[in-house]
Design a protein around this ligand. Structure first.
Ligand code: HEC
Ligand code: HEC
Ligand code: HEC
Ligand code: HEC
Ligand code: HEC
Ligand code: HEC
Length: 353
């Protein structure tokens, strides 16, 4: 969001002025998020008390000016396409087909502000009385059909309360503004205005330097299902890269066969539960993390942001004796969970068949 980037730049200016005058930089009043893990250079007040500067979100376009290669390959990932401004190119649903959400709501295409998703399904966001709402039908990519999505209660479900932290970067609940749509650089590296100001001295969170568990928490802050610590939100609002996710979030755990979100053996039935799956695995116990296999910055050598083909990845640690020949990924990572159609999402519990 241009507005958000401007806000970020403005904050930079304010911070720079504050430092320049030897005045303590005030914590911006519109931020109720906790302090990022970013190391900060500490200017001294006259009494020599260190003053901590708070980093702000600046948006991925700012990072791209110095990290052009990473920004170029990241732009190709689905992370950047999660939420897009609605236009004829981004709206992939067939609005001439019966049962579409314009037909059921009486709205027009111009009323659609954003699209959400594109790989498995697509949902549409409109603005009503200052809140964002998700239209009551969704487009299923595989079957090319419209299906109902909370059709009876869509006007009560507010996007900012239900979805926003998992789909945007830099959301501030007080102003209800976010810095950019999709998973930007700072979703994984934390707000980085101080780094931009002084790259040699101030480093953003480098995920590679976190423990495996904290690495998994960075991805798991979105690839997860459960409730925020206040019990009210589904997203992990308040979590910052480097934090322990458990301090902010109560994720669902499998509790037997009646559970709506898990199969009896603990594999997920629903999508965005890769974290809930993975923490049950021997891989997690052994200290692997999501980025052992996934490339955070590029679509990678194969599908789904993988660092290599699944076969090469698995055999970089396992032998044929271990995993069997001919190698069959679906034995170890069966597609059992559902995003849009049954079995369209891969299981991450890595059980022995
Ligand atoms: C003005 C140029 C510039 C901008 C803008 C910039 N960076 Fe950097 N960044 C650097 C330089 C230079 C380094 C290497 C610093 C070093 O190793 O001394 C670096 C290093 C990093 C590192 C590695 C840190 C480490 O521990 O080695 C990360 C992560 C990073 N930048 C992320 C970002 C993100 C995210 C943004 C946007 C919010 C951003 N950078 C914007 C110049 C920039
Ligand atoms: C806890 C984080 C989280 C919350 C909350 C969340 N999502 Fe998602 N969503 C994800 C992740 C991660 C994915 C992709 C991975 C997957 O589906 O397994 C996803 C996938 C999707 C997709 C499919 C994307 C595609 O390319 O097909 C849609 C559509 C979607 N979400 C809409 C929503 C809406 C609407 C809400 C709020 C009502 C919401 N999500 C709430 C994390 C979340
Ligand atoms: C999905 C999470 C995620 C996103 C989004 C992301 N990064 Fe990273 N970044 C990582 C991880 C994880 C590492 C550790 C190195 C690795 O695994 O390849 C890393 C490492 C880095 C490094 C230091 C090492 C290197 O590869 O040079 C820089 C610089 C960096 N990221 C910049 C960026 C910039 C700029 C963007 C946005 C254009 C970005 N990152 C987006 C997760 C992410
Ligand atoms: C801010 C929330 C957020 C964070 C943090 C995040 N993701 Fe995602 N991720 C998503 C959403 C949302 C999607 C779905 C994008 C879409 O469908 O357009 C997604 C999609 C993916 C995909 C599917 C790509 C494909 O082409 O099918 C992979 C793999 C993935 N993420 C891995 C990771 C890893 C690894 C990390 C940590 C380094 C991470 N994500 C961090 C929200 C997040
Ligand atoms: C970085 C190394 C590494 C990679 C890559 C890796 N594994 Fe593993 N895997 C391990 C370790 C370590 C264990 C735990 C010790 C053991 O049981 O051998 C393990 C255990 C397993 C188990 C046994 C679980 C159990 O309950 O006993 C399965 C199945 C498995 N891995 C499948 C895979 C598949 C499939 C891939 C590729 C998608 C893969 N692994 C990639 C290191 C790796
Ligand atoms: C041992 C390797 C390995 C690890 C560790 C791993 N993944 Fe995956 N992941 C895969 C493979 C292989 C696929 C692709 C399966 C396919 O598309 O056929 C995949 C697919 C995905 C997808 C695409 C959606 C789907 O299921 O089709 C997402 C999202 C994802 N992984 C997220 C994560 C997250 C988040 C973590 C950490 C909690 C993680 N992965 C850990 C190997 C791994």
């Amino acid at each position: 969001m241009k507005k958000g980037i401007l806000m970020g730049l403005l904050m930079l200016l304010v911070l720079a002025l504050a430092v320049g005058c030897g005045q303590p930089a005030e914590e911006p009043s519109d931020s109720n998020q906790k302090q990022p893990a970013e190391q900060t250079e500490q200017p001294k007040e006259e009494n020599n008390e260190p003053v901590e500067l708070v980093a702000e979100y600046v948006g991925s376009e700012t990072c791209a000016s110095c990290h052009a290669d990473i920004a170029g390959s990241w732009a190709e990932t689905l992370h950047t396409k999660m939420v897009q401004d609605a236009n004829d190119e981004t709206m992939i649903g067939d609005f001439d087909k019966e049962g579409n959400p314009l037909e059921t709501t009486g709205l027009s295409k111009d009323d659609i502000k954003f699209t959400i998703g594109s790989k498995w399904k697509q949902r549409y966001v409109t603005e009503q009385d200052g809140d964002l709402k998700i239209l009551p039908q969704q487009w299923i990519v595989k079957t090319e059909e419209w299906t109902d999505y909370h059709a009876d209660e869509w006007e009560e479900r507010v996007y900012e309360d239900k979805c926003i932290r998992c789909h945007t970067t830099g959301y501030n609940p007080e102003t209800e503004e976010f810095v950019e749509n999709g998973v930007g650089c700072e979703a994984c590296h934390g707000p980085a205005s101080l780094h931009v100001e002084n790259p040699a001295k101030v480093k953003p969170v480098n995920v590679a330097e976190l423990s495996a568990e904290r690495q998994v928490d960075v991805c798991g802050s979105c690839h997860v299902r459960g409730k925020n610590a206040d019990g009210k939100r589904d997203d992990a609002l308040g979590f910052m890269p480097g934090d322990n996710l458990a301090d902010h979030y109560d994720w669902l755990v499998p509790k037997g066969e009646d559970e709506k979100r898990f199969y009896e053996n603990g594999d997920s039935k629903s999508h965005h539960q890769q974290f809930n799956d993975f923490i049950q695995s021997k891989h997690y116990e052994a200290g692997l993390s999501c980025i052992t296999c996934h490339d955070p910055h590029s679509q990678g050598a194969a599908i789904g942001q993988l660092r290599d083909t699944p076969e090469n990845l698995c055999f970089s640690c396992h032998s044929e004796g271990d995993l069997g020949k001919p190698f069959d990924l679906s034995k170890y990572m069966p597609k059992r969970a559902k995003s849009a159609t049954p079995g369209d999402i891969t299981t991450h519990t890595f059980r022995k068949p």
